[in-house]
Write a protein that binds this ligand. Structure first.
Ligand code: 13P
Length: 252
């Protein structure tokens, strides 16, 4: 199945609302003719309100709480995010898992809350370096997928992002074999859980930049990218998107 690839920029804790809004305008101007890539901007919560995006551009939050409202100081609910005009929510990013201690159980609650709120979760999974070195990569991916998706009936509105933790923000990109093998594991695990899983996107994330985007996007099973550092710069984010569009056009 030839899915429209996704290029998503996870800004993490960067850019004020006004910096973010002007970044988005500049990026859109550089990508006026893009038709075969969905481009997602994920600013911090403060930058989400009333962004001027329409397809093929979308916005995403980087996290959410699973409750709708309540005494949860410092948290943001799915309906608040949706009201800002966002369509996606990143869930289970490795920084949420490993810096803020989010468990698979919390991640699962969040995935279900996002779906219940008619939004689309981008569920992040990925192994630590010591888990890879111990030969546990597939085991970790299986466990994160099974637990993260527990109780989820259909995959149609879900995006999966494979982000090996050791490749995030390190400049070390997983090599083509590692990416292909991890994506193929993800597909096999999903297929066992959901027969219709061919139709969902599995993104790669981890030190994606304009210099490696062309090679990475052609790896079988890679349906786009979740980008950190290189998504903060207009030229590099636009250039990665354009590379993905060019490669996609060749396949049509
Ligand atoms: P880098 O692209 O900076 O490695 O970050 C990847 C990431 O964490 C995207 O969510």
């Amino acid at each position: 199945m030839n899915l429209t690839p996704i290029v998503a920029g996870n800004w993490k804790m960067h850019k004020t609302p006004s910096e973010g809004a002007s970044f988005i305008e500049l990026t859109k101007n550089l990508l006026l003719d893009i038709e075969h890539v969905s481009v997602i901007f994920a600013p911090p919560f403060t930058g989400l309100f009333d962004l001027n995006v329409k397809p093929p551009f979308y916005s995403a939050a980087q996290n959410c709480h699973w409750e709708q409202t309540g005494a949860f100081t410092g948290e943001i609910s799915v309906s608040m995010i949706r009201d800002c005009g966002a369509e996606f929510v990143i869930i289970g990013h490795s920084e949420r898992r490993h810096v803020f201690g989010e468990s698979d159980e919390w991640i699962n609650r969040k995935v279900k809350a996002v779906l219940a709120g008619n939004m689309k979760p981008i569920l992040c999974i990925g192994e630590l370096l010591n888990q890879r070195e111990a030969g546990q990569t597939e085991l970790v991916l299986k466990s994160q997928l099974e637990q993260g998706l527990a109780g989820v009936e259909a995959l149609e509105n879900i995006v999966i992002a494979y982000e090996p933790v050791w490749a995030i923000g390190t400049g070390v990109t997983a090599n083509a074999n590692q990416v292909e093998s991890a994506h193929s594991s993800v597909r096999n695990i999903l297929k066992e859980l959901y027969p219709e899983s061919d139709t969902i996107h599995v993104l790669y994330g981890g030190s994606v930049k304009s210099g490696n985007a062309e090679e990475l996007i052609q790896i079988p099973g890679v349906n786009g990218f979740l980008i950190g550092g290189a998504s903060l710069d207009v030229e590099s984010f636009a250039s990665i998107t354009r590379t993905v569009e060019t490669v996609q056009l060749r396949t049509l």
